[in-house]
Design a protein around this ligand. Structure first.
Ligand SMILES: Cc1cc2nc3c(=O)[nH]c(=O)nc-3n(C[C@H](O)[C@H](O)[C@H](O)COP(=O)(O)OP(=O)(O)OC[C@H]3O[C@@H](n4cnc5c(N)ncnc54)[C@H](O)[C@@H]3O)c2cc1C
Ligand code: SF4
Length: 241
C-alpha cells in the first residue's frame, strides 16, 4: 500500500501514465537554480558555485547537504522504495549487478553532478520489492497544493506492532529533505521494542532530525518532518498524533 500511495501522490495521471520506473528514479532535482542558465550551479557546471545557498532555498535540503549542493531529490516513489528495502537491478558493459535502493542515490558531497551509483552505460532493468515486514504501510506527502506539487516533506512507513503493544519492526524513509530518499535508520532503531504511542514516535522523530541543518528559508521543514513522522505512524497504529 505504501508504494502504491507514493506512486499515486506523484505528478498527474497523464504524467504517471507516460513515466517509467527507471525515469522516475533518475529524475533530477527541482532546484530552480539548476534550470536557470544565468545562475551558478555545481550540479550543472561542477566547480561553478551554488546560488541556492544564499538564494531562495525554501524547498531545499535539511539533511545530508554539502557546501557544494543543497538540492533535494523529487521522487515520491523512490522514498517508498527506500523504506521498503527495494533492490535495483542494473546491467551494463561489465555485466549485471544489484544495488539496494537506499544506496542507489548519492549525497552531494563535492560532486553533486554525480547523483547515483550507476556507472556510465548502465541501465536499470528491474526494481525488486522484497516481501514486506508487514502489510501495514503508507505514504504521506506534505506539499503546497493537494495535487501536482512536489513534496516539501514526505514519509513512507511500515510498522508491525506486537500483541503486547510494542513495536516488533518498523521502516521509515523521508522525502523532500535530502539529495536522496532519506532512510530514517536512527528513528527505526529508537522505535524497535518500544511502546507504539505518540510519545515514542515523537522521541524517535526528534532523534532522526537532530542533525538537521536549516537554511535561510526552510527551517520549517524540521518541525514539519517530525510532525509528519508522528502523524504517519499514528495513521498506521491508530494512535492519535
Ligand atoms: C510537471 C511534473 C510534475 C511532476 N511531479 C512529480 C511528483 O510530484 N512526484 C514524483 O515522484 N515525480 C514527479 N514528476 C516526475 C515524473 O513522474 C517522471 O518520473 C519524470 O518526469 C521522469 O520521466 P520519465 O519516467 O519519462 O523518464 P525520462 O525523462 O525518460 O528519463 C529520465 C532520465 O532517466 C534516464 N533513464 C530512464 N530510464 C532508464 C533506465 N531504465 N536505466 C537508465 N537510465 C534511465 C533517461 O535517460 C533520463 O536521463 C513530475 C514531472 C513533471 C514533468
Ligand atoms: S542546490 Fe544544487 S542543484 Fe541547486 S543551484 Fe546549488 S548546486 Fe545547483
Amino acid at each position: 500500500r505504501g508504494v502504491a500511495r507514493a506512486i499515486l501522490a506523484g505528478a498527474s495521471g497523464q504524467i504517471r501514465n507516460m513515466a517509467t520506473i527507471g525515469g522516475n528514479l533518475l529524475q533530477r532535482t527541482r532546484c530552480a537554480y539548476f534550470y536557470d542558465d544565468a545562475a551558478r550551479c555545481n550540479k550543472r557546471v561542477p566547480g561553478e558555485g551554488c546560488d541556492a545557498i544564499d538564494g531562495f532555498n525554501r524547498i531545499h535540503a535539511i539533511l545530508g547537504a554539502s557546501p557544494a549542493c543543497i538540492a533535494t531529490h523529487p521522487s515520491d516513489m523512490a522514498v517508498a522504495l527506500a523504506a521498503f528495502d527495494a533492490i535495483v537491478h542494473v546491467e551494463g558493459g561489465a555485466g549485471k549487478r544489484t544495488i539496494p535502493l537506499v544506496d542507489f542515490h548519492r549525497l552531494p558531497e563535492g560532486r553533486p553532478d554525480i547523483e547515483t551509483q550507476l556507472a556510465p552505460g548502465e541501465l536499470i532493468t528491474a526494481v525488486e520489492l522484497p516481501t514486506p515486514v508487514t502489510t501495514r504501510s503508507t505514504y504521506r506527502k506534505v506539499r503546497d497544493r493537494a495535487s501536482y506539487a512536489f513534496a516539501l516533506v514526505s514519509v513512507a512507513a511500515a510498522i508491525d506492532v506486537a500483541p503486547d503493544g510494542t513495536i516488533a519492526d518498523v521502516r521509515i524513509a523521508l522525502g523532500g529533505v535530502a539529495h536522496k530518499p532519506w532512510r530514517a535508520f536512527t528513528a527505526e532503531a529508537a522505535l524497535r521494542g518500544q511502546r507504539a504511542d505518540a510519545v515514542t514516535f515523537r522521541a524517535a522523530a526528534e532523534e532522526e532530525l537532530a542533525p538537521a541543518a536549516p537554511l535561510r528559508d526552510n527551517a520549517f521543514k524540521i518541525e514539519l518532518a517530525k510532525r509528519a513522522i508522528v502523524a504517519t505512524l499514528g495513521d498506521l497504529t491508530g494512535e492519535p498524533a
